[in-house]
Design a protein around this ligand. Sequence first.
Ligand code: ADP
Length: 312
Amino acid sequence: MRILTYSVMFYMSLALIWWTILLSKNNAELFAVKAAHLDKNKPEYVEAYQSLKVFHDRKAKMILGEGFVFGCMLIIGLYVLQRMFNKELDAAQRQKNFLLSITHELKSPIASVNLITETLQKRELDKEKRHVLLDNILTESKRLEKLINNLLLSAKLQTAYQYNFESTELNDFVGHQIKRFRSLNPNLAIRFDRLGKIFYPIDREAFDSVLVNILENAVKYGGKNPVIDVTLTENEESVIFQCKDSGIGISKEDKVKIFEPFYRIGNEDTRKTKGTGLGLYIAGRIVKAHKGKIEISENLPSGSIFNVILPK
Ligand code: ADP
């Protein structure tokens, strides 16, 4: 497609140049013929010659002007096409990445669950070992559940998700999620101080996904011993949920890209973690539906700060 389009564009450019030259030449020839037919001995010759020249000069300018406009349109068209092609290629690459990671992400928990169940069936294990294996089954099936939920939610958000905004006390709402995180990761250093009460209309189910995805990323990409700081503040214009981590950080170029579906940063640290690149896409869409935005800044000396800003 790209080669065909560029060939057509190249042909059109050549045709445009050729027609411009040909029309200019014809115009000049026509002027010469008409001028030759004027009678030099007549008193109105000078005036007639002048008006003929003005007419043909104007025509020459018109030909060049039109050539220039068409040329510009061709260049703009080429630029738009180039961007479209790149976007398509990007989307195809992301789709391919997605298929690769989704296949792995879906298969690996199922394979683990099968293997553990077979072990439990075949071997007589003591209570403690059985407990560890059952725990592993639960972890894997929860991972699978989360992945499927994210996939379904992103498909729903793309089509017909009906938001149900309800006035909610955000300190309680966030506090509840933090409590869940602490119980799942008992050794995690996560701080959240409740400051007063902040009421805001949110879709609780959807907003839960925003919190979970941002907090889980802070843990996943938070380095060896993640330290996470969560705050909820408000000012005259907005309510701000902030999550600071001390992890690997995000480069300037990736700060926008990570909100695209299936995008995962291509570095070693990300590859070591499990994920599909859907979490922040979902979070971004949900926050946008709340008329808010997510801003990312650098945390010093290392890590990222995610600010979810909801306008009042
Ligand atoms: P996933 O975590 O499933 O890959 P996300 O959409 O949640 O997908 O995140 C997209 C990418 O953004 C991640 O793959 C990761 O590279 C990067 N990222 C997200 N959160 C952080 C963070 N707190 N610190 C560093 N990188 C992050």
